[in-house]
Design a binder for this molecule. Sequence first.
Ligand code: SF4
Length: 588
Amino acid sequence: MQHPQPGRPAILHVALGPGPGAGLVRRLPAPDALLARACGGRGLAGALLEASLPPSPLSPLSWDDPRAAVCFAPGRLAGCSLPGAGHLAIAFLSPRTGGAAVASLGGGLGDALARAGLAAIVVTGRADHPVGLVVRDDTAALADARELAGRPTPALFDALAAWDAAAGIGPAAWAGSPLATLVADRWHDAGGAGLGLALAAKNFAFLAATGTASPAVADPQALGLAKAAMERLIAASPALAGACGFSRCGTAALVDLLAGRRMLPTDNFRRTFFPQSPAVNAPRLEAAHPARAQACPGCPVGCRRVTADGRLLPDVDGLAHFTALLGLADPELAVAARNRCLDLGLDAPGAAATLACRAEITGHPLSPDRVLELLAAMGAMAGEGRELGRGAAGYAASRGRAGAAMQVKGVELPAFDPRGASGLALSLAVAPSGPDPWQGGCVAHELLRKPVATDRFTFEGKARAVVLGENAVAAAASLGGCALLSLAVGLEEWALALAAVTGQLVTAGDLAVLGARTVRAERGRNARRGLGAADDDLPARFFTEPGTGGDGFDVPPLSRTDFLAARAKYYRLRGCDADGRPVGPEAA
Ligand code: SF4
């Protein structure tokens, strides 16, 4: 299968080390067999990480071992001006999950790297001082980043304004917080699996890129038709483009829906309904803070909402967790806290959930001012922030209250209470890189009731639904696809686009196989690092305590028996043993 990037796609191998140059950068052709098997994006980044690890599961590398790679890979359709196809996949050993994680990063880096002819960047070793990597078309070099290390992320982006796109770590990563993330193009970040800390362990401060080449496209007319089909589906999606869709209110639009479904996590998941939620919903936020849409290249949705003075309005996780989860009906706090996290390079939902965990353990609710103070302390790992900056699991364990940490695989749960949607509960538990509501496709059929509503209070049929949803999201991510767009764009449209670019026949079924292979490979990497069924589980609270019923329905605890049966079926469908470890050939 021909790769769409101009000329022969290359992989940049960056070996960090001691000395004034802090390492070597080599640009080598990407092996055809690797591209054929792993495609690009999520699949390719994971495969390259795998190649950097010793084959024996008896001596797994620590996440901060210099030999462990951090691998960046744009999707195979990045740079082709398709909607939402510019996400960058980043595979790394997670300081939080104990396994290998793959993050998905919005912004312009995926497109810029693809237009520079790169299929991937593999970073190994450790520099003896902070460095960045700058890529301009077919040239790449390490840059001294000592002046930038530890500065708030806005200062980093000001300094990197000459490049088309950039991503970097903030003060939290340099201070050693596992909650540290990677921030891209000011408004995007890479989730809560600890990528910021993994990069700081390599003294890798930033990546900046400009690419000007046009991708090779076998059939431009067919690509135009595929793009038009995608855009039509997005325009017809109420969730993405409706009057209160993501294009108007960002994903914060979901807060009202979660409240109505009585699955808005409140007071550290001790309740699922926040009576003051109408005062802190997205329309209120938009009315108080007029904002414009900020889009990834080619995306008509533009789910990031940015005010005239350059502040990011919180997304669903930021808005819900900095209000309901903390029991604070203060939208101004949510805006301030979300932006403080961005400045510090802290994962916002993880930081908020850690503070909610603290409030439960200490029995002392937090004031808005105290929330902001503690976020600053977490970003500096100073004072009480030294404990809190470890995240909810680390904090709760140090207090002898592990059960108060609402996390899976060490990563704090997002703003979707599992008791309100059984398929979502299963998908949060089994996701290889930590809990993510978008990975299993259940937000669509359980919450939005699209394309066909399913009974959200049963596990019946959900194992298969999660497998299919994960396959679709993983395949799209290997092409560069944003998971949010899976609400409208299916594998049929992605297959049309890939066929147009490569000139080869590609079906939705081919992509589903790619997605299944990608998820199995991720589970295999985790299994070799010791993760098993015990890690694919939810906190006990969700099986023993009900949510907050009302409006004519109850929110009972999840049935432990039904959850375990659904998880066992998920394992069978994935070709895994009873402990969730893949059996048989990896590519089967
Ligand atoms: S929906 Fe949002 S995150 Fe996804 S591609 Fe569009 S702007 Fe980027």
